[in-house]
Design a protein around this ligand. Structure first.
Ligand code: SF4
Length: 379
């Protein structure tokens, strides 16, 4: 299998959100080293291009962090370097993640002109109280302005990221956000339930009983609200947390869900190639030091046995509502998923969590919100 997707990690943000455990830092921490970081990315990609064929790349995703915190010149220069190293002949989706407060008309026009054709905007909520509590660096009005500006500057594939299950969030507040987002007409909506991650300000608040999280039933109600409102407004749910207008599914994330090969560059980025999963050094300072010495910045390398790949492919494919294509699975692993997991699949079908026919295995409507229970059977 060829590498199909390239991920580029930009670990800088305006400020650190209180729930965030991504590998990101407020920009002032690395202010003097941003160009060095971009140079290191280029160096890493060049090193990889000598070992790994990059001609099969179909999607590129610049994520973070907040890539649009970089100035226009830095972004354009980086894209130029990318085009010198990567064969773009098969690339048809190039996404950049953006946050309100880091985009201008000039930047959006330039990015679109240079080849980025999809933008993913971190809106998260359109309730000012919630945004403030989350530590987001923008308010609702600025988030609306960011999505509107992206559309006005010609972006034809816009994703909006949302979070539900937030402290003090009611279903009514969530519904209000959803309706306002729909009015903005994004092509794609990713909506994730909040997870309290360790080593974040919200995890300390949680353990000190300072976080008024909604009950499990309320979170489920929000998930059902999401499915209903988006469904009624022409969005097709194609993955547990992702909805799109026709033909606007994320090609990049679909590579992950199909458990195909991808390459990640930048501090903390993950890659999967040649039956190996490797993770770059997470600490950005150490990542830079490593590349300055001409070394590959690998922090951890795992050889994945066939068994592990089968298990991962099962639950990654099941995230997609189209499910597992039995013929593709058999072609890849030489065994039918039904033969491999006969008892598990039988049990989950009897519980009405999986729908199985001769071509596919997929989550049922009842199984979608209980997907984690289903996945545990294949781990
Ligand atoms: S903007 Fe995104 S990556 Fe940056 S701190 Fe907030 S949640 Fe994390």
């Amino acid at each position: 299998m060829m590498i199909k997707a390239l991920y580029i990690h930009i670990p800088f943000c305006l400020a650190k959100c209180k729930y965030c455990d991504f590998n990101s830092y407020p920009l002032p921490v690395f202010k003097g080293r941003v160009d060095e970081y971009l140079g290191a990315l280029k160096k890493e990609l060049l090193m990889l291009s000598k070992e790994i064929p990059l001609g099969g790349i179909e999607t590129i995703y610049m994520g973070g962090g907040t890539p649009t915190i970089l100035d226009t010149g830095q972004l354009l220069n980086f894209m130029k370097c990318l085009k010198e190293i990567v064969d773009f002949s098969n690339v048809d989706e190039i996404t950049i993640e953006a946050n309100p407060g880091t985009i201008t008309q000039e930047k959006l026009l330039a990015l679109n002109n240079v080849g980025f054709n999809r933008i993913s905007i971190g809106v998260q909520s359109l309730d000012d109280n919630l945004l403030k509590h989350m530590g987001r660096a923008h308010n609702a009005e600025e988030a609306v302005a960011a999505v509107t500006l992206a559309r006005e500057t010609g972006w034809s594939n816009i994703n909006v990221d949302l979070i539900y299950g937030l402290p003090n969030q009611s279903n009514a507040i969530w519904m209000d956000t959803l309706k306002k987002v729909i009015d903005l007409g994004p092509d794609h909506i990713s909506a994730y339930g909040l997870k309290i991650e360790d080593n974040t300000p919200w995890s300390s608040d949680y353990y000190n009983n300072l976080l008024a999280l909604p009950e499990e039933d309320s979170v489920l109600e929000m998930y059902e609200t999401l499915q209903a409102i988006l469904g009624d407004n022409g969005y097709f749910q194609y993955e547990i947390s992702n909805y799109c207008k026709p033909k606007k599914a994320s090609k990049h994330n679909t590579v992950y869900w199909h458990n195909n090969y991808y390459l990640g560059i930048g501090s903390g980025a993950a890659s999967f190639y040649n039956n190996q999963r490797f993770y770059n050094i997470k600490n950005t300072g150490q990542y830079l030091d490593c590349l300055s010495q001409g070394l590959r910045p690998i922090g951890e390398l795992l050889e994945l046995a066939q068994e592990e790949q089968i298990s991962e492919t099962m639950f990654m494919n099941l995230r997609l509502l189209s499910g597992i294509k039995i013929v593709d699975f058999k072609k890849r692993f030489g065994i039918s998923p039904i033969d491999k997991y006969y008892n598990e699949i039988k049990k989950l079908s009897e519980m009405e969590l999986l729908d199985v026919n001769e071509d596919t295995i997929k989550l049922t409507h009842k199984g979608i919100p209980l997907a984690n229970l289903v996945f545990m059977e294949f781990v």
